[in-house]
Design a protein. Sequence first.
Length: 747
Amino acid sequence: MAATRRRRRHAYVLGRRIAAALAMCAMIGSVRASAEDLNLLATSSANVNSGTAGGQSISQRSFIQSLDMNYNRSVSPLLSYRLRLRGLDDESSSSSAGSRTTSSSRFVEPEADLTLSGLRYSLDAGGRFRETFNSTSQSSPLRVTEDHEFIRAFFTPDLLPEFNFQLERTAATDDQTPRGLDREEIRAIFGATYTLAQKVNLAYTFTNQTTDDTAAGRKQDQRSHVGTASYADGFWRDRIAVNANYLITRLDTTERLSPTAVGGVVAVPVVLNNAFSLPERDATVAAVNKTPPDPTTYQNQSTGTSTALTFSVPLTVNGGTTQNLNQSIAVGLTPGTSVTTVRLTVTGRAGDLRDISLQAAGVVFQVFVGAVPLINQTAWTLVPSSATLPTSLNPFFEISFAATSGNFLKIHVASDSQQLTGLDFLTATQIEVFRPAAAGAGNRVTTGNLLQLVAGGLVAQPIEALTLNGNATYSTNSQDPSGRRDDTATYSVIATGTPHRLLTATGVYQATFTTSNDPQTPRTDARIASLTLSSTPLPTLTASLIGSRNEDETGGVLQDRTDSIGFNTALKPYRNLNVDFTATGSQSDNFVDDSRTRALTTALNANATLTPRLTGLFGYGFGVNEVTGGPTPSSTTTNVGFLSFTYTVSRFLNATGRWDFTASEGTYTVGQQYRLDLIPTLKTSVFLTYLRTDQFTGTGTTNTNSLTLTGRWNISRYLDLNMTGSFTRGATGDTVYSLFTTLAFRL
């Protein structure tokens, strides 16, 4: 404990010295440098929030100081340099239910670069160094050191290809024992571009990147080749224009995997093929009343082949509203590989500022293995498992289980005690699977990816009143060693004509399909067709009518179809009055669950200048949404309206009032907002806003009140002061007070 206190004290003192050094550098820079060479921005912000919730007092305080100083100097017409210093000091505390948590974060980052440029060449070299200090009252201090160096060169000779070269190095380490962060990345890029006959553009880029992650026991080498060719030309006095593009990309990745301690066992990651997600109700998962999943609903989240697959999948439970409909994530394994551990990286819940370890408490996972070589299976076998919680240094769940093998591994969220609304969920962003180091052969993995894309377009204007536009794109993507190939194509035709001087018609048809030789990925098709008629018969009247149809297919089976028609008009009946009206009707058929959705929405908006000092806004909207068939039939009718007036009392004072009304299925919401804008001088302004929201339901009435005061003072061309204070009383009587101030100095 004594050693820990000494470390915290050392970090605190060091942080204070850094803050003092930043301030001194700012003063020295402002004295020695001219205003043309030096740019400086220093800010100090204080934020205080306090209130009561559930009968308990809650408060949060933060004090932030930042500095950004940039010094630019030209030594000669060819040579210049730039020096930059950035720093931040952030101290915050929060208290609730008799407990208090404090945290601090400080960093200092000097940066410099040198540029030598001429008419046909350019050379830029530089680097930056950053030290970050983090500490909280609940954990040991952490220091992270980062450095980045680079050199970039460009050469553009006459009548020859243009060349560019870049070399960059980035490294990051921490002061933990053992180190949780020890990473170095070196990247070299060579490129060339050439224009042939002013119509054909050719380009080639080679990239070699090496990443050495000592803490994770992984070294990765990546080499990529990217080539492009494009052509554009016009014929027959530009009545026909054509363009064509070709892209080829080859990426080869080699990973050298060192054994690392995972779950107390020395292990290495294995190669994963594709990641799938599915909110499912499986009888073997958590609850007795669950039913087997629909085998057509698995969603492919990642089509790559790697030891770490990335995606973004919300770890929801109860499907937001559906009981026992929980999220699952599945990955493909190499058959015969025996695995023991899964690392599932997550990000925090929306708006939750707690440490990730506190947010993750109460989440329970279940692990399943599937032996069938198809993801659409119900014969999953439960594997007993245990999990350790993520931390701020290692933001992943580590799920351990007895050695198992199969074609697929599935991680299911069995429960989450902190997920109360269906929206406050964790999000999975990456998955890794490990095997014991002694199993299998070799710790080296090589993967490859080849992408080719061809695109072309044609624009023709056979007559003045008609324009035709056609585009097509086809791409193919092949992966090694899995042998997976994915093909995607899109084509579209657009015709725009003017059959009459008052009428413009636009027809659009677009189709897209994707295919794969992977049996887990069925063919998908999407088609869109629309016709738009627009007219401006008068300078004060514009109208348009649009009809469309959208269809989606999976595996040759029609999934859904949507037909819609919409009308829009803009009218200026009087000099100071503008009116917009929109109406849309649609019908959507879902052939998977046999449901049909009919919707009608209308909106009317008007704005008027009633007097030289008074302006008004008015709006009304009506909507009907009806769902028939399927698992959850429903019908909803919504009315929305608002009225707003702004009165200019004087050239210093404006007064605004706005009233909003919403009615939907027996729930009525009324909002009132009153605002005063006082601008006595060009450098000062004060804004006072009062907002009240009342909600009426069958169970009673609730209301929320808030008052906000904002002041701004431009003290001088170098100094600004902003302050905002607010008071809010919630529907349950909870209160929140907040005060936020910022003092900014710039040069």
